[in-house]
Design a protein around this ligand. Structure first.
Ligand SMILES: NC(=O)c1ccc[n+]([C@@H]2O[C@H](COP(=O)([O-])OP(=O)(O)OC[C@H]3O[C@@H](n4cnc5c(N)ncnc54)[C@H](OP(=O)(O)O)[C@@H]3O)[C@@H](O)[C@H]2O)c1
Length: 346
């Protein structure tokens, strides 16, 4: 069946591209004759092909999906898709235990690898660096959809599939999904950057909506910048959270006490971000013009956590223009705060 489809596709493409190239006759009369013949041939083949296509099942929201990788996103997507009433046909996982549990939860078959796997729709939830290699293992059939989830990568990483007339695409939830986290619930209300062609993009748009996400299209040439914005908040900010919690060790309190104390603040900061937007979300001693407090913080950092000094300075400096924008600081106060932060006693 797959070979038949390939033959039909390649025939349609070569004839449609230039019907006259089917034959190369001499003389104008012959050209007219051969053109007519080739047009009839093209029409006849096209009808046959259309009939053949009609007999192929069209991809729609009921088409079964295969998920590759039972990690953080693979789990969240598979469970979300299953709960949305869609059919997951296969979970591909190298881990019999983790993959098996997920396959059972979504009533799917478990496969150990993509080698020779030929799904109609596949979503690759594997590390960014192995997307190309994993896609290359698939035995893609024409008209299927192959999707990756890396915000940092374009569709070129799925190049191995495009030669097979496969529809490639990507869906990147702007969310932090951790293994053992809230899974599909965490995707509710999240934005999802989608990219694809005339078949994969509408399909991904509907999938994002079914999972409670808001689909957006990012210009492909700005993808790295988009990913940087998400990585600063979702990825790098988590290092700041961990380092802030670790300061509680100096208070002789453990990490879990610190997390209990700081997590509600992080949640509220997120809610303020959503409710108030920029610049009103920006807070802190620099935004307030509290130079005495800034000096005290810098002293503590020098003594107890010098590795955080440059970060503190940069973050505080970052907040100043937003405080000026909403008239919390005037130009002179902003200058004084900058001077206090840049004054180097190290
Ligand atoms: N987590 C998020 O918040 C998030 C958000 C948006 C987008 N993404 C994207 O989603 C994709 C997966 O990220 P993740 O966070 O789910 O990572 P993850 O938790 O580390 O899971 C990745 C899974 O890929 C499989 N895998 C790992 N190494 C592999 C290899 N060398 N070859 C084949 N499979 C391999 C493993 O699944 P098995 O052990 O089951 O085979 C692993 O559990 C990435 O492209 C990432 O950028 C993640």
């Amino acid at each position: 069946m797959r070979d038949k489809r390939r033959l039909v596709w390649s025939t349609r493409y070569s004839i449609h591209r230039d019907p006259v190239r089917v034959v190369e006759p001499d003389g104008l009369a012959q050209i007219g004759f051969w053109r007519t013949c080739s047009a009839i041939l093209a029409y006849w083949l096209d009808s046959a092909i259309n009939l053949s296509d009609a007999s192929l099942q069209m991809i729609d929201q009921k088409t079964s999906i295969s998920i590759v990788g039972a990690g953080a996103l693979g789990q969240a997507l598979a469970l979300g898709i299953h709960r949305a009433g869609r059919n997951i046909e296969t979970i591909v996982s190298r881990s019999r235990e983790r993959g098996g549990q997920l396959a059972e939860a979504v009533e799917a078959e478990l496969l150990p690898s993509c080698q020779g796997h030929s799904p109609r729709i596949v979503i690759l939830c594997v590390p960014d660096d192995v997307i190309s290699a994993t896609a290359g293992e698939l035995d893609c059939s024409p008209d299927s959809i192959v999707v990756h989830c890396a915000g940092s990568r374009g569709l070129d990483v799925l190049e191995s599939c495009t030669s097979e007339n496969v529809h490639t695409g990507s869906i990147h939830p702007v969310m932090v999904l951790a293994r053992g986290g809230r899974g599909p619930e965490a995707m509710h209300g999240a934005t999802a950057a989608i990219e694809g062609d005339h078949v994969s993009e509408p399909w991904l748009h509907q999938l994002a909506c079914d999972l409670g996400m808001r689909p957006v299209c990012i210009p492909p040439e700005r993808r790295a910048l988009y990913h940087l914005s998400a990585a600063l908040v979702g990825g790098l900010m988590t290092g700041l959270l961990a380092a802030s919690a670790d300061l509680w060790k100096l208070l002789e309190l453990d990490r879990s006490t610190a997390v209990e104390a700081l997590a509600p603040m992080v949640r509220e900061a997120g809610l303020n971000f959503q409710k108030l937007g920029v610049p009103d979300v920006v807070m802190g001693p620099a935004a307030r013009g509290d130079i005495g407090t800034i000096r005290m913080h810098l002293n503590e950092l020098r003594t107890h956590a010098p590795h955080l000094l440059p970060l503190y300075r940069e973050l505080a400096l970052l907040s100043i223009p937003y405080a000026v924008e909403r008239s919390q600081l005037d130009e002179q106060s902003a200058k004084d705060v900058r001077r206090a932060l840049e004054f180097n006693e190290d």
